[in-house]
Design a protein around this ligand. Structure first.
Ligand SMILES: Cc1cc2nc3c(=O)[nH]c(=O)nc-3n(C[C@H](O)[C@H](O)[C@H](O)COP(=O)(O)OP(=O)(O)OC[C@H]3O[C@@H](n4cnc5c(N)ncnc54)[C@H](O)[C@@H]3O)c2cc1C
Length: 244
């Protein structure tokens, strides 16, 4: 693998950055995730985001490739050893290495400069992949899931709680979308963005016991978490990250 993912205006993605044994069948997945991590950052940079946003691509993705290479190399060598098929399969299925999760759903960017936890209000942490939650109902009765609202190139702000105290400047819909998520029976002023968490899945999955804000990046990872419905940290985060 390369030792840098970026050199000025040149970025390496996929097999151009890391080539490995197909032992775990993860090369394509990793390359697509590289590109997905970088895509929104290039789009933001073209609209004036600070240059440091582009540096986070290497910071977040290079360690993932390094771990993957260690894991796939170890697994390839295991396949080559003259052991029984049963033993090989047992080794693979009981492995505790970082890529035992071949779905890669547990990959996270906690500790990244783009990950900001304002407090301990949520179990889910900034840098985690924002999980799905089915069973939400919009004010018009339509059933939606969180993956529906994340889909696209925008940031998504999930406001858990019924106090609509957020004062965010008017921003285009293709930059930031805001959804207020309430439990059944909670009263909320009329809002197009209100979603009723009928099954409680969203509160449970995100580990929300009271109020909280979750800001989801365009690539579906969590940028910011916080337990107070205060707009300033959101404005600061978006301004610092994208310049908008
Ligand atoms: C046997 C095998 C099984 C695999 N199984 C899996 C699997 O199950 N799951 C999985 O996730 N991954 C798997 N992989 C890995 C996966 O195929 C690669 O990681 C993935 O294809 C890499 O995509 P890429 O776009 O980065 O590079 P590539 O697919 O190599 O694409 C690069 C492209 O650039 C072109 N190109 C090169 N030089 C130039 C040039 N100078 N000008 C213009 N074009 C150029 C090439 O022709 C090629 O089309 C497997 C790989 C192998 C070999």
């Amino acid at each position: 693998m390369v030792d840098r993912y970026r050199n000025g205006r040149i970025f390496l993605v996929g097999d151009a950055a890391h080539v490995h044994s197909p032992a775990e069948g993860e090369g394509m997945q990793t390359g697509i995730q590289d590109a997905y991590n970088l895509g929104w950052e290039i789009a933001s940079a073209l609209r004036g985001a600070p240059d440091m946003l582009l540096d986070t691509y290497e910071d977040e993705r290079l360690p993932i490739a390094r771990q993957l290479l260690e894991s796939t190399s170890a697994r390839s060598q295991a396949f080559m050893r003259p052991s029984s098929i049963t033993q090989t399969v047992t080794n693979v299925t009981t492995s505790k290495d970082a890529f035992a999760d071949t779905t890669q759903l547990s990959i996270h960017y906690r500790g990244s400069t783009l990950a900001c936890d304002l407090d301990e209000a949520t179990i889910i942490r900034a840098g985690d992949r924002a999980p799905d939650a089915p069973g939400l109902h919009a004010s018009n009765g339509m059933q939606v899931r969180l993956f529906d609202v994340f889909r696209g190139t925008h940031f998504t702000l999930l406001v858990f709680g019924c106090q609509l105290t957020l004062q965010l400047p008017d921003v285009p819909n293709d930059f930031l979308r805001i959804y207020t998520i309430v439990r059944p029976g909670e009263r909320i002023a009329a809002s197009d963005g209100a979603l009723i968490d009928t099954s409680g899945h969203a509160h449970h999955t995100y580990g929300i016991t009271n109020e909280a804000l979750i800001l989801v990046r365009p690539d579906g990872y969590i940028g910011l978490t916080g337990g107070s419905l205060d707009s300033d940290p959101i404005i600061d985060y978006l301004r610092g990250t994208t310049g908008r």
